[in-house]
Design a protein around this ligand. Sequence first.
Ligand code: NOJ
Length: 505
Amino acid sequence: MLGNDDWWRDAVVYQVYPRSFADANGDGMGDLPGVRSRLGYLSELGVDAIWLSPFYTSPMADGGYDVSDYRDVDPMFGNLADFDALIEDAHALGIRVIVDVVPNHSSDRHPWFQAGLRDRYIFRDRPNDWESIFGGSAWTQVADGQWYLHLFAPEQPDLNWDHPEVRAEFRDILRFWLDRGVDGFRIDVAHGMVKAAGLPDVGPKEGRQAEMLGDEQLPYFDQDGVHDIYREWRPILDSYPGGRMAVAEAWVSSAERLARYIGPDELHQAFNFEFMMADFHAKSFRAVIEKSLAEAELVGAPTTWVLSNHDKPRHVTRHGGLARARAATLLMLSLPGSAYLYNGEELGLPEVLDLPDELRQDPAFRRIGESRDGCRVPIPWTSAPGCGWQDPWLPIPGSWAELSAEAQQDDPGSTLNLYRAALAARRSHPALGGGALTWLDSPGDVLALERSSGDGDTLAVVLNAGDEPVTLGELGLSGEVLLSSGPLPEDGSVPPDTAIWLQPR
Ligand code: NOJ
């Protein structure tokens, strides 16, 4: 039932952050049986795949991105039998499963680090000037005076990818999960594993090094040698049936650099974070979309789109309200390529801004005062007090009872039903998913585009990011509104902060 090796090209992939998604055993922490119990919800939502953020054995110094056993499930999330049952049920519903792989660093509790196998990590007699992404030096000193590199928290020592056993280990880890039936991998810090020879200093710079990413290539990111690793990995993926894929989390300095990760001998996709970073303006969206599509054409693979994930403030808050978030979502889901959704965005959840400091768990918080906890608050399932959770690991705002899946289930105007309708239309409309995009003339802060299948089917998309309503007449458009992100007045205009999908006449 899961034919089509190219499924990922226009897939809608739903990111599950396991701690926060659904809790089956009532310990306040989401788990794999919880995910399994909600597969019906995901199927009704209409996603093609789920991506599970790490559920591996971990001391949770960085929410599971600090793995101490890459081949097992942390007891907090269940066990391998739970994973097998989840994947079996997901596949039976036609939902594919992507898992995270975290190759840049392990946990400091990993048996290699514990056994003092220093050649598998990056130990030096003296630190250089590299900074951790979470703030402070990227080096920590151990008892005998040596220092080890950690681009993230000290509990996340960087692995030494010059060591053949590190390479062999990860090839084996990929096979372990492929053998269990996973359909793909999301590669964490995919631009980080190889460091510039000799570990040269970055040199004096204004501000934090991490903030330079986007303008400059740092000696610890996006080194050419990283591509050799993906050229080793691709034949492994290709040796399994059914279109196993990999998507890179690679923060690099340009769309051109990002495109180098994609291709028939490397990875299938890379996250296009530029769309996530775009402002809510027609010009910003258009610039990013044009650039992304041009790059995608160069490498012959469709781009990806993402508005929210577990590392960035939710787009309801980033874009300034639910109306804008819904409009941006409708734009995203109309674009050619695949779209990644983050659990809870289909409920229109905002970022939780007022979490008490003592409850924040992001390791960056204690170092630089930045915290990603606000987008990791558990998902409200029911309208009852507690929203279906007992003592959740982060408190759920009382007001979220109204945003719960239960509260939105039968409300035709709810965000949940907007996502369901958009995903259903995306599946059934021939001009969506793949196909071409043509820009239409539009005044001011309005974006108008046409999608076409190549076989005569078309769909027009309008996003009004301005302050004034725009009429379809002004845009030279007419037809039937298939979907709108917000209420439309009788006069046929599209109000501010609203997007529509229009079946042209
Ligand atoms: C990127 C992940 O998305 C983030 O959550 C994590 O903290 C870092 N990589 C380090 O693994």
